[in-house]
Design a protein around this ligand. Structure first.
Ligand SMILES: C[S@@+](CC[C@H](N)C(=O)[O-])C[C@H]1O[C@@H](n2cnc3c(N)ncnc32)[C@H](O)[C@@H]1O
Length: 324
């Protein structure tokens, strides 16, 4: 089994200013230096956040995947008194922080989006074209539609849009047509079946030498199955709401669509004013709530990419809350 290697670890620790509590609160016995890891995964970032903020830092870990919850809970068991772990979707962060963990505000939040190496490499999860398994791809196996349902039931145009938009696949139309044709003969039940259909839909001369031809389509279907893009904007707004002033948010994304959402949203929240651009003076009175700390996204060094090739598409953006 392959454990996930945390990406941009030092950068995250620095941006979140993970350290033990120095404020008078700790003397009064009040919790301080509370961090949320919204994508707990295998607990790699979480473990370092806990180490660096020892002995007072508190970590709230959220993951929608029960296997990740089990793995991370074992890994972090020696920090038991300072860790609160929840099987939930980060779109419910406000409720998790106050209703489930019992805190009103927090000091740092990390999103490390997407799937973990262990999820990808566990054949029966059906995320990977390189291992034959039933098509599933749900991060939370207790709810939602599976990849098999998407592939066998969605209309051709919808499939094509998903593959084009979430996979940035220029052969999307041909691939969707091939899926619909093949599923008319027999249901597409497995990762190998889907992979073969995708590969055969792309003309041989246009198949990439660099990545497997099914990579983009599998990514697209996974994003659709898990509704990964739709929830992001509201989740980030809620996360900024639960931050204390001077608290920081870090977001690592691996997909250009996600990075664009983070970039535009950070800019909007930093700017505050929502008046039309042609109005000479602000009349809405909205002020900026965050200060962006990363003019450009932070990306992994060559050394990190060599050590962990899965980090190569990572982009980290960070911001600090400056007002309520
Ligand atoms: C890239 S991994 C995180 C790895 C982690 N930072 C580590 O160091 O081990 C992403 C994790 O986020 C989880 N996840 C993805 N979307 C989620 C969501 N909306 N709510 C909660 N967890 C989510 C996945 O199940 C996966 O375990």
């Amino acid at each position: 089994m392959m454990v996930h290697i945390p990406v941009l670890l030092d950068e995250v620790i620095n941006f979140l200013r993970c350290e033990p509590c120095k404020r008078p609160k700790v003397l009064r016995g009040e919790p301080c230096n509370i961090y949320v890891d919204a994508n707990l995964g295998d607990g790699g970032h979480a473990e370092h956040i806990l180490k660096k903020s020892s002995p007072t830092g508190i970590l709230i870990g959220i993951d929608r995947d029960e296997d990740s919850i089990k793995f991370a809970s074992d890994r972090l068991s020696s920090y038991r008194e300072r860790v609160h772990i929840f099987h939930d979707n980060f779109k419910n962060m406000k409720y998790v922080v106050s209703g489930r963990a019992g805190f009103s505000k927090v000091d740092g939040i990390l999103f490390d989006l997407g799937v973990s190496t262990r999820q990808l490499m566990t054949a029966e999860r059906g995320f990977s074209f390189s291992q034959d398994a039933p098509l599933d791809m749900r991060m939370d196996r207790s709810r939602g539609v599976t990849a098999k349902e998407v592939v066998n039931n969605f209309e051709e145009e919808k499939l094509s849009n998903i593959i084009y938009k979430y996979g940035e696949e220029k052969w999307a139309k041909k691939i969707a047509r091939a899926i619909v044709r093949e599923r008319g003969k027999m249901p597409v039940d497995t990762t190998s079946q889907l992979s073969d259909i995708v590969v055969s839909a792309i003309p041989p001369a246009h198949r990439s030498q660099r990545i497997h031809s099914a990579t983009r389509t599998f990514q697209a279907i996974r994003i659709a199955v898990n509704g990964e893009i739709e929830i992001l904007e509201d989740a980030i707004r809620d996360a900024i709401d639960v931050l204390n002033i001077e608290g920081r948010i870090c977001i690592i994304s691996y997909h250009s669509l996600e990075d664009r959402i983070v970039k535009n949203l950070f800019r909007e929240i930093e700017h505050g004013c929502t008046c039309p651009h042609d109005i000479p003076k602000c009349i809405c009175g909205r002020k900026g709530v965050i200060k962006i700390l990363t003019k450009r996204p932070v990306t992994p060094s060559e050394e990190e990419v060599r050590r962990n090739p899965r980090s190569r598409s990572a982009k980290l953006r960070a911001a600090e809350k400056i007002a309520n």
